[in-house]
Write a protein that binds this ligand. Sequence first.
Ligand SMILES: *Cc1c(COP(=O)(O)O)cnc(C)c1O
Length: 365
Amino acid sequence: MRNMLSRLAQELEPYVPGEQPVDKVYVKLNTNENPYPPSDRVLAAIHGAVDRLRLYPDPENTELKEVLATYWNSRLSYGSPKLETENFFVGNGSDEVLGFAFPAFFTDREVAFADITYSFYPVYAKLFHCTYREIPLDEDFQIPVEEFVKLAKEETPPAGILLANPNAPTGRGLSKEDVEKIIRANEESVVLVDEAYIDFGGESVVDLVREYDNLLVVQTLSKSRSLAGLRVGYAVGSETLIDGLNRVKNSFNSYTVDRLAMAGAVAAICDESHFQRTRHLIMETRSRVTEKLEEMGFNVVESEANFIFVTHKSHPAKDLFQGLREKGVLVRYFNKPRIDNYLRITIGTDGEMDILLHALEELLA
Ligand SMILES: *Cc1c(COP(=O)(O)O)cnc(C)c1O
């Protein structure tokens, strides 16, 4: 019998997410989820939306776009042009938004991204028939800004540049000035800045969207809003870029974000004090744990994210990963060149991090 899978499906190399174990309860520091529950207002809003589940949701996601526009406009510097709802696109998690960006802008074209970055980028590139180029990070895992600036000078510059800022799995951030340099130089390319972790210490470039037509910023409610399970992400960009995303979405599924998710997301964006409290807690825990790990002989890459990327001077990361697992603590280990002696550890509650530190002390002894 002939192979029932298409050639495309046969050749895909799907993304492998961090495990969601069902065998027992772990201290789960492997998928960068927020250790704190979402705002109480989220639950109330979802509850309030239940009696309308019989109806399809708004395919335009208007209410959330309005709330996002208000949120971002209140953060723009005085005199900057305002963002309109037409500058926003909402999706079923930012992974879906990224997934739509590929056919919208990059199919049959080339994209460039760092050699060590979010491992979903090459997966989408293959699915949507894009060639891609990987630009090596510096020795200390920093994005080589000049290498990205230089792309514009090539005879055929890439159609797209993807930057995760702060980067994953390293946690290192780029300054706003450096991101702007890359956007400004590459005016012929769509520069997609994936800001999944921006609320943990980085500087967003959303306020540059009205200035640069080639800039698309992607954010998510999964990390800093504690809503990984709800699946809501969004993009901010020029009307032209947002139109590209809408063209793809409306050729695939008009209702990617359900009523409950929409109600919960609106409530989450509106609860500023919950957001500020929880993100600061995570940043404080990150500083404390970084100091402790350094005392234990770890090198900790400077992080602006809700995770840290660490290596130990004498204990192989792979052994520590396995040892932690046996002690009920899950972290992430990538068996890939350049980073195969590192662990990526999500910042949990102080209590969870104390369990991690104690388990590491035992493993190092
Ligand atoms: C977690 C993550 C995302 C995806 O988040 P969603 O849950 O799909 O919104 C996107 N980019 C990076 C770099 C991430 O780490």
